[in-house]
Design a protein around this ligand. Sequence first.
Ligand code: DIR
Ligand code: MN
Ligand code: MN
Ligand code: MN
Length: 311
Amino acid sequence: EDIGVVAVGFSGGQCKPGVDAAPKALIEAGLLSQLRDELNYKLHGDDEVHLYTDLMPKEDPPFRNMKNPKAVSNVTEKLCDQVYAQAREGRMVLTLGGDHSIAIGTIAGTAKAIRERLNREVAVIWVDAHADINTPESSDSGNVHGMPVAFVTGLAKEDKREYFGWLKEEHMLNLNKLVYIGLRDVDPGEKRILRENGIKAFSMFDVDKYGIGRVVEMALAHIGNDTPIHLSFDVDALDPMWAPSTGTPVRGGLTLREGDFICESVHQTGSLVAIDLVEVNPSLAIDHVGASETVRAGCSLVRCALGESLL
Ligand code: DIR
Ligand code: MN
Ligand code: MN
Ligand code: MN
């Protein structure tokens, strides 16, 4: 089986440096060689980590409250093309972030490719402590990594090309094809957006109440059988006990086993078309153990989504 790999060393969707070093850390921990040698995937795409330095504008003042808006728009536009090029060939696409703003590009790219190739709408399972569905106006932080879902669903819109105006109908995710798992730190404005749009979301309350098995079952039932799935996994969905090295850790999260279970279940559907692994930040650790544990957790999630642990 074929996988297109895109390594995205980008941190401009939030303010803490270091998340751009995650792809290198994940690759050095052996992730890609494991996929190649142990899981027998054929990997495509360049082995280099993309830093997109040529896409960084000289000046990038806030626009509609967004920080680094041109940088994030430029990088995600380019990334959209990279992901599209792989998905168009019928390959599963693995994107190693980077902060979660990059999902604007990855989802736009898979949505467009799946429309063209299968004439279908892609579904997104967004695993995260956060909903990342702020509009520029509802966001307190101005960090675009808190807004990607709003942009790819069209809840946030902007005509100017350099500020995400490159996003067209073909890139869009249908709101009823979106489902969240793991939420526990959602802004008041985001809660209103989730409610008003009837968006399906399973918080940690639901994980405790029903157990991860039923939550995943209900999430998959919501998007429907035989729907192409894009899994966007923010490592901060895991409890900081398992993934401490991330920009915005929130206590009370998923165990590593619950995270792996989500990934295994998605693999088992046979409908997985893309995976993002984001927000691993090796430089945010109290000690080097925290960083390597977080990297190890990230590798485990990806391997589970690619079928490692199933018999
Ligand atoms: C917050 C935090 N909702 C924001 N978002 C985070 O900045 O919009 N996303 N940390 O991962
Ligand atoms: Mn394009
Ligand atoms: Mn996120
Ligand atoms: Mn998050």
